[in-house]
Design a protein around this ligand. Sequence first.
Ligand SMILES: Nc1ncnc2c1ncn2[C@@H]1O[C@H](COP(=O)(O)OP(=O)(O)OP(=O)(O)O)[C@@H](O)[C@H]1O
Ligand SMILES: [Mg+2]
Length: 244
Amino acid sequence: MIEVKHIYKKFNNNIVLDDISFVVPDGDTFTIIGGSGQGKSVIIKHLFGFLQPDKGEVIIDGKNLKQISKYELFEIQTNFGIVFQGGALFDSLSIRDNVGFGLKWIKNLSQEQIDKIVIETLRMVDLSPKICNLKPVELSGGMKKRVAVARAIAYKPKYLLYDEPTTGLDPLTADLINNLILHLQKELKITSIVVTHDMKTAYKISDNIVMLQNGKFIESGSPHDLKNTKNELVKKFIDYGNIY
Ligand SMILES: Nc1ncnc2c1ncn2[C@@H]1O[C@H](COP(=O)(O)OP(=O)(O)OP(=O)(O)O)[C@@H](O)[C@H]1O
Ligand SMILES: [Mg+2]
């Protein structure tokens, strides 16, 4: 279970998170929407200890990230698969080594076993095993995004953090990723936190959706609740896709 309790974060004088709390029970998909620069990625980075809050707590499976050793933090981090906003693939590594990266470090598998999982995982995101020997620079933007998703899910982590998993994808590929997130939730009981601007994605995959604006959640509820929101700003965001 992921618990975030009253976290505050500012950079210089820029208050980004202003008393944020939420709980994600195991098996749920929790989605954060909100305009550009509102702090969605900053929230994600707090969950695996990449950023520390100025005040407040992040508690993963009962462990307060502030009160554990570096080794315990590393152990917790191995439970997270992360799809970074820009993909963050390793440019110098082949697609095989990118997707197999976590498997190599976290699980004790032979190269043959890793290659098998890499191919299976590439298939799950509708990519051909033929791209295994290519480098990220040789792929299209949408293919890179799918490789980033494949890398995050390859070692079947307990938690998946997706920062804009469908941005920049064509609608069919975006839906394939949505279905994959749903499949991972249903079949493998993976708990997901998803940041997105894409309301189709948000409605389809979420148990709960929150909207972040000026450091606070100005709306939270089920997809049904969000569709029926009375908050004008949230309505506008949903209708136009973005606010600044
Ligand atoms: N390491 C950092 N140092 C200083 N400021 C930062 C840092 N990380 C984020 N910020 C600032 O925090 C704010 C929120 O950034 P964040 O990346 O979380 O936005 P976002 O909601 O993910 O936006 P987008 O939808 O464009 O990705 C921005 O003003 C950003 O400049
Ligand atoms: Mg972001």
